[in-house]
Design a protein around this ligand. Structure first.
Ligand SMILES: NC(=O)c1ccc[n+]([C@@H]2O[C@H](COP(=O)([O-])OP(=O)(O)OC[C@H]3O[C@@H](n4cnc5c(N)ncnc54)[C@H](OP(=O)(O)O)[C@@H]3O)[C@@H](O)[C@H]2O)c1
Length: 352
């Protein structure tokens, strides 16, 4: 068994990790932390864990020594904790944005803070398992990707890596309210979001630099030269639902490329081949619903060519708390400790 701590267990992602770890054969949760709930037991704060192995676990302010830690804190607080954990030899999967951007300058621009631990940016591995599997295996600090970023990157990497689309990309994405976390705000209040849909962060959402960083890297690695970089418009929307992200991505299909595509069947074949060995990615044959991913670690992807406009459309969805956060974090931890990547991760959604 591998001793495991969850920092900020009172967060949505922290509690989702506890749910997933309750089915895990190797990671044994021995320490959970929280600020306001410190001094209480798990059942006192979350009656739903009554009778489980975690019921009598005491919530502390600081984590006990463990081999693995999941850090579910807000950015900045997460980096400060990660530094201390790494110093005592704990492997860290950080769910915050603190180690996702390779450039500390980009971090201070988008997060309006000087990076608390810039030296760690060199060693942190961006935890998109489908892309960085071999680097994750030998790492000590994983930057778990953002929820919107995971959806958009998984949707677009096959097209960019194979050079079939141009550099103008539009990502139109929708999220349920749990994406904004557990702390109530007017923007996530039931009466504000029920029966309502709205766009937000239209002048630039914090996941945009992360999406750009990873898509440009994938394109360059594949020798797809992007003289002026990508031009990405990313607009998120708040939906009146609890979980789920759905991203519809648009880009022009390139004609002047060695292997152009012009039909949905060709796009589909390309995506199926690209993700042939990925346990959590499914290329589906009709536009996916977020409900099909609820509670599972799946990302569903539907690529198609709109022959009237010559555009590639890729519709992708996932559960923001699972493949977009806690599930992906567990997938990373499995790799960190040499376990089968799928261990303890649900492959079927809760439905309806
Ligand atoms: N929600 C998602 O879908 C999602 C997806 C991917 C990544 N993430 C990232 O994962 C991390 C956790 O997100 P979340 O949505 O699960 O969190 P959350 O639900 O918003 O967490 C809320 C809890 O955070 C605690 N908290 C707030 N500020 C704190 C601080 N400075 N120090 C210590 N505790 C603090 C509060 O506890 P007290 O009661 O003690 O104040 C509150 O209970 C964030 O970095 C987030 O960006 C979230």
């Amino acid at each position: 068994m591998i001793s495991t701590s969850i920092l900020n267990v009172t967060s949505y992602t922290g509690l989702e990790l506890l749910r997933l770890l309750s089915q895990h054969p190797t990671f044994n949760v021995t320490s959970v932390t929280a600020r306001s709930a410190a001094g209480k037991t798990m059942t006192e704060v979350f009656p739903q864990v009554h009778g489980s192995a975690f019921a009598s676990l005491s919530i502390t302010e600081e984590p006990e020594q463990t081999e693995l830690a999941f850090v579910c804190l807000p950015h900045t607080a997460a980096a400060e904790s990660a530094v201390k954990l790494l110093q005592r030899g704990t492997k860290v999967v950080d769910l915050s944005a603190d180690f996702r951007l390779r450039d500390a300058g980009q971090y201070s621009t988008w997060y309006r803070h000087t990076h608390p631990a810039p030296a760690l940016l060199e060693t942190a591995i961006y935890g998109l398992c489908e892309r960085y599997r071999s680097r994750i295996e030998g790492a000590s600090l994983i930057a778990n990707p953002g929820c919107y970023a995971t959806t958009a990157i998984l949707a677009l990497i096959p097209a960019l890596a194979s050079g079939i689309i141009g550099s103008d990309i539009i990502i139109d994405a929708k999220s349920g309210a749990s994406g904004a976390g557990r702390t109530p705000t007017q923007g996530t209040h039931y009466t504000e979001i029920n029966e309502d849909v709205s766009a937000y962060s239209v002048t630039g959402h914090r996941h945009l630099p992360e999406i750009t960083q990873e898509l440009e890297a994938a394109a360059r690695e594949a020798g797809n030269s992007l003289a002026n970089g990508l031009r990405i418009t990313f607009i998120p929307h708040m939906m009146p639902m609890t979980r789920g992200i759905l991203a519809t991505c648009y880009a022009d299909v390139k004609r002047d490329t060695p292997h152009p595509i012009s039909t949905t069947a060709e796009a589909r074949a390309l995506y199926e081949e690209f993700y042939a060995n990925e346990p959590f990615i499914r290329i589906v044959d009709s536009p996916p619903h977020t409900k099909w991913t609820y509670g599972s670690n799946l990302c569903l992807i539907y690529p198609m060519v709109d022959t009237r406009t010559g555009r590639l459309l890729v519709i992708a969805c996932l559960d923001n708390l699972v493949k977009g956060a806690a599930g992906q974090a567990l997938q990373n931890a499995n790799l960190l400790f040499g376990l089968p990547e799928t261990t303890g991760l649900p492959l079927m959604a809760l439905y309806p």
